[in-house]
Design a protein. Structure first.
Ligand code: WTA
Length: 655
């Protein structure tokens, strides 16, 4: 292969050549909430001329106990939305629907991996939430306290979230794939008072245990007073006397009377940890009124949500997508939400398609990495099922390559369903750049244009807008309702990471370009964050996990393009005291990372080296490592490299 062939990125190339356009069908547009480009442009003009008026109009559609006195208080980089207003997101997701026929509508349709299923109507969900809120109170959890949720995809996770929100406790959900160490760090960072977990859950036919990780974590979490354990699998678990309590036993001791607290619009709703450029994960803080407003609006508009829909977002609730688009957004709209516990390929690779047919799912929202896995498994699996109930498809989490988009369009959508490619982040809380399905003509591979009320620009590092089709940094120029408010306990880092890279604007950390139609093409992260199967991982976090192993002297972690996962994790490692690496040690290091962070961060590839390439000032040259990881060849500038022989060595190691 020539050097050019090896270094060219197929994704970027094909994206550049992409000019197919798909218009909303007249039939879809006729029934859509926003049914034409003209209408969308009118909203955009409104959002441009009077963003605060626009968002206030959207917020008015929700329930407020007390109206706000000021829409936005912007003291850069701190925003307060709907100042002086009081509301409650649990009230908006539940109580509001109980006064009409909706009380008997299915709120949650849940299917366990073994095939068991449950349905909770709004009335039933409300009852469970009120009861669990009373359990929280019984254990002295108060407004402002933090509660850690480390749970599988069971209705009780949504119940626990809504119960916390109901009494004003701030939840911090830790994805069940994280290790005991990661759980411990997150509990301690937020100073959580309680943890809610389960004995285990089902994944690919086997039981995954959760409680043992909690037991390990709780050896080093001084702020935790109690632990509530939901029984899912029935496996035997250790129950620490005085600390651990069964969910079902506690629920039997309380009644269902628990009015929602009137909370300030800026009351902290949740903390969600995400990876950044340094080793320590950032606790992204979201508050109540603005978050509710933007997730409710985007769920309605972007998914064109209607009363009769069966809506399914496949994300785990442990990630932001699950917070905003499995629980809060859809329930605030009174939707019927499907929730599935397990793997997409159990017992066979058609499980998702079977679920869609069984429940007559109409809206399906998933990640490009999942779509690429479906493509790999083969179209015979979806073709076994009708999929005739589907009317809208969505994607999130990473750029979707046009080939995957076309496959999704043809094989799953049968050419009938609009696709909404939605760009947003843990920090933005809700969707920011997206088509509206009845209005926006789409092109495979682009999230198209910002929502009304959202102002996005592509800029150079010194803050100048770039021209059409020029790459630059994606920034957000105005505060938006569901924006993060700070990093928990580290406001300085909040200012620095998001508002100082390019002064005066929010720095998203993504590279992008805008084409001649004003459509945004996301080119991926520009910082040391990699996106593996739609999950954000900080390379620094994996490096510090590797270095904490006794044999490792130094480590550098980079991403390499991967057909299935988007990016794969490659670690370059130097060992202590002239040790030499071997396959056994590679395995040990992979396990060590799994223990420190979780299996999702395990390096796909570990390469041992005598030295890492560094600049004269001692900075690891990640760009070179990225090139080596991707292609084995270094094409870029190496003039600042301290020792060229290091490069030679890294290259020969691969052969
Ligand atoms: C990437 C997930 C291209 C992006 C909601 C962003 C995307 C990061 C898209 C946030 C998309 C998300 N097209 N890239 N439609 N959606 N990303 O915090 O790099 O887990 O910065 O939030 O995912 O990941 P996070």
């Amino acid at each position: 292969m020539s050097e050019k062939d090896q270094t060219a990125s197929p994704t970027i190339e094909s994206i550049l050549n992409e000019n197919r356009m798909f218009h909303p069908s007249a039939e879809f547009a006729a029934q859509a909430h926003v049914g034409s480009l003209e209408e969308l442009e009118r909203w955009r003009a409104r959002g441009e001329a009077d963003p605060e008026g626009f968002w206030a109009e959207m917020a008015q559609q929700l329930h407020w106990f007390k109206p706000w006195t000021k829409v936005l208080d912007w003291q850069p980089p701190h925003a307060k939305w709907f100042v002086g207003g009081t509301t409650n997101i649990s009230y908006n997701c539940l109580d509001r629907h109980l006064t009409s026929w909706r009380r008997n509508k299915a709120a949650l349709l849940w299917e366990g991996e073994p095939g068991d299923s449950r349905t909770l109507t709004y009335q039933q969900l409300h009852r469970e939430v009120c009861r669990f809120a009373n359990v929280l109170k019984k254990f002295n959890v108060k407004k402002g306290d933090r509660v850690a949720l480390y749970m599988p995809m069971v209705p009780e996770l949504a119940i626990a979230m809504l119960a916390c929100a109901r009494i004003g406790a701030t939840h911090s959900i830790i994805f069940g794939g994280f290790s005991a160490d990661a759980l411990k760090d997150r509990i301690n960072d937020a100073g959580c008072k309680m943890v809610v977990t389960a004995d285990g859950c089902w994944r690919r036919g086997t039981e995954v245990k959760l409680k043992p990780a909690v037991d390990d974590a709780l050896l080093h979490t001084p702020t935790i007073e109690n632990c509530i354990v939901f029984q899912r699998t029935g496996t035997k678990v250790h129950m620490e006397v005085g600390r651990d309590h069964w969910w079902h036993e506690m629920m039997a001791t309380v009644n269902a009377d628990c009015p929602a607290e009137e909370l300030d619009s800026e009351h902290p709703l949740f903390i969600l940890y995400t990876s950044g450029t340094t080793g320590k994960p950032k606790g992204i803080l979201h508050t109540t009124g603005g978050y509710l407003t933007q997730v409710a609006l985007t769920t309605k508009w972007v998914f064109d949500l209607k009363e009769e829909d069966v809506y399914w977002c496949t994300a785990d609730i442990g990630w932001i997508t699950g917070h905003s688009y499995v629980v809060y957004g859809p329930l605030a709209n009174g939707a019927t939400v499907l929730m599935y516990e397990g793997a997409p390929n159990f017992p066979e690779p058609d499980r998702f398609w079977k679920i869609i047919d069984d429940y007559r799912v109409t809206i399906f929202y998933t990640a490009p990495t999942a779509i690429r896995a479906f493509i790999k498994w083969g179209e015979q699996w979806p073709l076994r099922h009708q999929l005739s109930s589907l009317r809208l498809l969505g994607t999130v989490g990473e750029p979707i390559n046009p080939e995957a988009w076309m496959w999704y369009h043809k094989i799953i959508g049968k050419g009938r369903c609009p696709i909404v490619d939605t760009w947003w982040q843990t920090e933005t809380g809700a969707i920011m750049i997206t088509p509206l399905p009845g209005a926006t003509p789409t092109k495979p591979g682009t999230a198209t244009r910002p929502l009304p009320g959202i102002q996005i620009e592509i800029q150079t590092k010194d803050g100048h807008p770039v021209g059409a089709n020029q790459g630059g940094y994606l920034v957000i120029k105005r505060p938006w309702p569901s924006m993060l408010r700070t990093i928990w306990g580290d406001d300085e880092r909040y200012r620095q990471q998001y508002w100082s890279e390019i002064p005066g604007v929010y720095f998203a950390g993504d590279g992008a370009r805008r084409d001649e139609d004003g459509y945004h093409w996301i080119m991926g992260r520009v910082d040391d964050v990699i996106n593996v199967s739609g999950h954000r991982l900080g390379t620094a976090e994996i490096e510090s996990a590797l270095v904490s192993h006794e044999t490792v002297a130094e480590a550098a972690v980079v991403g390499r393009p991967d057909d299935l996962k988007g990016q794969a994790v490659v670690a370059f490692v130097t060992l202590e005291g002239g040790r030499t690496g071997n396959d056994e040690l590679k395995q040990k290091l992979r396990e060590h990372v799994a223990k420190e962070i979780g299996s999702l961060a395990k390096p796909d590839d570990i390469r041992f080296a005598d030295m890492l390439p560094k600049t004269r000032s001692g900075k690891i040259m990640r760009r070179l490592l990225r090139e080596i990881a991707a292609s084995g060849v270094v094409a870029g500038d190496v003039t600042t490299l301290e020792d060229f022989s290091v490069l030679e060595k890294l290259r020969t190691d691969e052969e």
